[in-house]
Design a protein around this ligand. Structure first.
Ligand code: DX5
Ligand code: ZN
Length: 230
């Protein structure tokens, strides 16, 4: 039996994958905070920051390893680190189901995607707001997800950048033109005010930190978010 959770192959018109970002959880009781979102979340999004690729430092492999047995949801690990190829094997061993690297941080992006997939897990590529879609054009066969940053990476609770909906639409067109099936994910500044609009642009998966963990009841916050899309 494949121990890995199933990967969504197609999403219906009102369906969106909701990925709570634990960057906004309480690190002193991370297991409990994950348990609060577990029944409603699709994936658990884990932000790894190295203080070099982004100005902030967050968490690493030991935390991924520690939370792995605390959830049945896929662990969606977003590597905001330089030279991610140095750590891909360790994050895969720690229990990541999806490893997303930044195109801007990879000298040999194609090779790094192959390295991720060799572990039998999914490979994602993230693009900063200023990075054009052409940065992933040549590796569309080698990835399972494209993550469009809708803030500059490094911190939770920032304002959504308004050029991103157009970028999502253009990526969806590129996917259709190439007859590919990778998922389109966005991360940063997403909440009740813009989620339905982003879904209508073609978004498949939304990462949200503050909109979920800053709410008094994070599970209810996810239900409200899902209802505004459906
Ligand atoms: C930012 C991180 C995000 C962050 C999003 O660099 O990649 O995942 O947690 O937080 P919100 O939803 O609060 O903007
Ligand atoms: Zn993230």
């Amino acid at each position: 039996m494949d121990p890995r959770p199933a990967w969504p192959t197609s999403l219906g018109p009102g369906e969106i994958l909701i990925c709570p970002s634990i960057l906004s959880a309480d690190f002193a009781c991370l297991g409990d905070d994950i348990a609060r979102v577990e029944p409603e979340a699709d994936w658990i999004h884990v932000d790894v920051m190295d203080g070099r690729y982004v100005p902030n430092i967050s968490i690493g492999m030991p935390v991924v390893r520690a939370i792995r047995p605390r959830t049945r949801r896929p662990l969606d690990v977003h590597l905001m680190i330089v030279e991610p190829e140095r750590y891909v094997d360790a994050f895969a061993a720690a229990g990541a189901d999806l490893l997303t690297v930044h195109a801007e941080a990879c000298l040999h992006l194609h090779r790094t995607l192959q390295q991720i997939r060799a572990h039998g897990i999914r490979a994602g590529v993230s693009l900063n707001p200023a990075t054009p879609l052409s940065a992933v054009e040549e590796v569309l066969d080698d990835l399972d997800l494209v993550l469009l940053m809708s803030v500059n990476p490094g911190f939770g609770g920032q304002r959504f950048i308004p050029s991103i909906p157009g970028k999502i639409r253009r990526l969806r067109e590129m996917r259709e033109a190439r007859d590919r099936s990778f998922l389109i994910q966005a991360d940063g500044g997403i909440g009740l005010s813009n989620l339905a609009m982003l879904k209508s642009c073609g978004l498949d998966a939304a990462v949200m930190g503050q909109s979920i963990f800053a709410a008094p009841d994070p599970a209810q916050a996810i239900r409200d978010l899902r209802a505004c899309v459906g």
